[in-house]
Design a protein around this ligand. Structure first.
Ligand code: 13P
Length: 251
């Protein structure tokens, strides 16, 4: 199965609008130079409009870092898929571990956001991952299974094809501790197996599964060589044009 690689940068709560535009322009240039892979960046909400404008019709895809479940309404502080699509945003990250751990988002809430993204025409980048404590207690697979089962509730087969999955072990995020390629491959294979059971094999084979957690120029090539790793969701190393460029140009 040939899945098109996706290299994604999650800029989290960083960068002014001007800095974001400059970094997006660099990513757009790298993306144009690598037509055999997709490249995505997720700026903060404040920079989305200008980044979408700057990126124009280059192949670089722009994502939001989260999305509300309703189209509109009395939800102070939230941004809907409709509002994002209006700017030219095409994807939305949902279920990032920082939303789960720091802001208390649970599986049910994440499921609603994911459905909100799909209904609003955005492609969800659905994140799952275990904490260090869960891994050490041998609960990695049961935790992931629960996040998958609850997060994907009500997602139909045809919609599943539009979804991107991201495995981000919490213990590897921002810690400099990357999962080994074997650890990551083992989980990716498990997630694909889950999709084959919950949907069907050809859907499981088509869905792209990204790895996230201390991805850097030094480890991207060996991660991407794993059969079930189809891309990367990059935090810190995506904030530097040079290192993100190298990650985009993985071999
Ligand atoms: P780091 O690459 O900084 O570890 O962050 C990963 C991440 O959370 C991407 O969403």
């Amino acid at each position: 199965m040939n899945r098109r690689p996706l290299i994604a940068g999650n800029w989290k709560m960083h960068l002014t609008v001007a800095e974001a535009v400059r970094l997006a322009q660099a990513a757009a240039a790298a993306s144009s130079a690598c037509p055999d892979r997709d490249v995505m960046v997720a700026p903060a909400f404040t920079a989305l409009a200008k980044v979408c404008e700057a990126v124009g019709d280059t192949p670089l895809q722009v994502a939001a870092q989260n999305v509300a479940w309703d189209k509109e309404g009395a939800y102070t502080g939230e941004i809907s898929a409709l509002m994002l699509a209006d700017l030219g945003v095409r994807l939305a990250i949902v279920g990032h571990s920082e939303r789960r751990q720091i802001f208390g988002e649970n599986d049910a809430m994440i499921n609603r956001r994911l459905l909100g993204a799909l209904i609003g025409g955005l492609q969800p980048v659905f994140c799952v991952g275990e904490t260090l404590e869960e891994r050490e207690a041998n609960r990695t697979f049961s935790v992931l299974e629960q996040q998958m089962r609850q997060g994907l509730q009500g997602v139909a087969k045809e919609e599943m094809r539009r979804l991107v999955l991201a495995y981000e072990p919490v213990w590897a995020i921002g810690t400099g501790k990357t999962a080994t390629k074997e650890q990551a491959q083992e989980v990716h294979a498990f997630l694909r197996q889950f999709l084959a059971g919950a949907y069907e094999k050809n859907i499981a084979d088509a869905v792209r599964i990204l790895y996230g957690g201390s991805v850097k120029p030094e480890n991207i090539d060996s991660l991407m060589a794993q059969p079930d790793i189809d891309g990367a969701l990059v935090g810190g190393a995506a904030l530097n044009a040079e290192s993100f460029d190298r990650i985009i140009r993985f071999q």
